[in-house]
Design a protein around this ligand. Structure first.
Ligand code: CLF
Ligand code: SF4
Length: 297
């Protein structure tokens, strides 16, 4: 709360529902799904669905152009007074679609300058965009980091697309790790609040989570969100060919408890869809689908 952090940080988090546990009772976020492409492959991702960075799989997001996104944000802002944050979190990677992402931020900042801007990325293309992120007044960036050791990362990321070519195996995991660390360091140096999301995959990175927490804290991350792999095959997520399961709530809590003492943990994440609208845990997205809002006077 206000008493345990510097005033300029409190100004940034006090009405952000993900960065402040208190704020999530009173302030709403919305995502616009303007970023369809991705530059890496996570084993748990099924591209038919939203980005498993930050999403509950099941239904495909409504893909929007930046202009359609602005239209939707204005419709939501007019009806949801608690709206304080616009986030771009997929359904692919926000920074694998930089023109769409930054054009959306630009349009929204001009029309609704009171909204905070937030983005979520796998971090591969982050370092080269930090200046732009700063120029567009994006105060909040989430990097999904599920390993800080390429030996572990290679079991999570089968390939990345970087520097005009595809990389696989240990090379892919090493490059992704290096790019994530450089992006994190540059964001922190630029004064941007960074949250780390880690997808907890039992048997793959559960014993590694405390190390991730230590490393990201040392590099200046503000918050660490350990989120469970969602592995319902009916909803299309999968893990390689092995049918990797997600953690039980008890296993998740045990891992979260085991890392206490490093970077501060977020424990109120609701694993939003890439087109979520409303308070965390609430999804008004269907009410604001484009065909609904376009009919209105
Ligand atoms: Fe969206 Fe993410 Fe910004 Fe929040 S979600 S881009 S930081 S505005 Fe929040 Fe949703 Fe959890 Fe993400 S509850 S999945 S942490
Ligand atoms: Fe899927 Fe997101 Fe991973 Fe890209 S970063 S492969 S969209 S989970």
């Amino acid at each position: 709360g206000a008493s345990d952090m510097p005033a300029e940080i409190w100004e940034k988090v006090k009405n952000h529902p993900c960065y402040s546990e208190e704020a999530h009772h009173y302030f709403a976020r919305m995502h616009v799904a303007v970023a369809p492409a991705c530059n890496i492959q996570c084993n748990y991702c099924n591209r038919k669905y939203d980005c498993s960075n930050e999403s509950r799989p099941g239904v495909v997001s409504e893909k929007l152009t930046p202009e359609q996104a602005l239209h939707k944000v204005m419709a939501v802002a007019a009806k949801v007074p608690q709206l304080s944050v616009l986030g771009i979190a997929g359904p692919g990677d926000a920074l694998a679609n930089p023109h769409k992402t930054f054009r959306t931020f630009d349009l929204v900042a001009k029309a609704l300058p009171h909204l905070k801007l937030c983005l979520s990325t796998n971090g591969l293309a982050l370092a080269e965009h930090v200046e732009t992120i700063k120029d567009y007044n994006v105060d909040h960036v989430t990097i999904t980091i599920s390993a800080v050791d390429p030996e572990i990362g290679q079991h999570i990321y089968p390939w990345i697309f970087h520097d005009h070519r595809r990389w696989t195996g240990l090379d892919a995991a090493r490059i992704l790790h290096e790019r994530q660390m450089e992006g994190l360091e540059r964001l922190v140096a630029a004064g941007i609040l960074v949250k780390i999301n880690s997808v907890l995959i039992p048997g793959v990175n559960d014993a590694h989570m405390a190390e991730i927490n230590r490393v990201v804290k040392a590099k200046g991350a503000f918050l660490h969100n350990i989120m469970p792999l969602i592995s319902d095959p009916a909803h299309g997520t999968h893990f390689g060919l092995s049918g990797q399961r997600g953690p039980t709530p008890i296993e998740l809590a045990a891992v979260q408890d085991s890392v206490e003492g490093g970077a501060k943990l977020m424990r109120h994440c609701r694993q939003c869809r890439a087109d979520a609208v409303g308070l965390l845990g609430e999804d008004l997205g269907a009410e604001f689908a484009l065909d609904k809002i376009e009919d209105e006077p």
